[in-house]
Write a protein that binds this ligand. Sequence first.
Ligand SMILES: [Zn+2]
Ligand SMILES: [Zn+2]
Length: 134
Amino acid sequence: MSERTTTRGACLCGAVTLELTTDAGTVMVHCHCAMCRKTAGGSFATWIDVPAADARINGELRAFRSSPDVARSFCAGCGTAVSWQRDGEPIITIHAGLVDGDPGCRPRAHIWTEHKAPWVTITDGLPAYPRSRF
Ligand SMILES: [Zn+2]
Ligand SMILES: [Zn+2]
């Protein structure tokens, strides 16, 4: 059993706060799909997957459905992307960029690299998958 850590995070304006419980085995990935790139406003998005009970999110969120069964939430005040979750799934996926401390986990893969931005070169040695999860 690895040590469990509780880490705090917040959106840019501070109205949405979160507390995540994670450990070294928590899934963290870089996603290069077009939806994640646009949601994050970055070259890719880094995600942390946790059981919904291990993510305590407070503050006013809005949600956008990027797929019929997927809701992506963002801060109602500043628009910072916070999370996404598939309807009925026990796992919520949090934007790692919100985390202010060290959650103890590290990225284990790049996914959806078939949609990778042309200016991105992967040089960190992590496995890269053309599509979804390894
Ligand atoms: Zn905000
Ligand atoms: Zn993605």
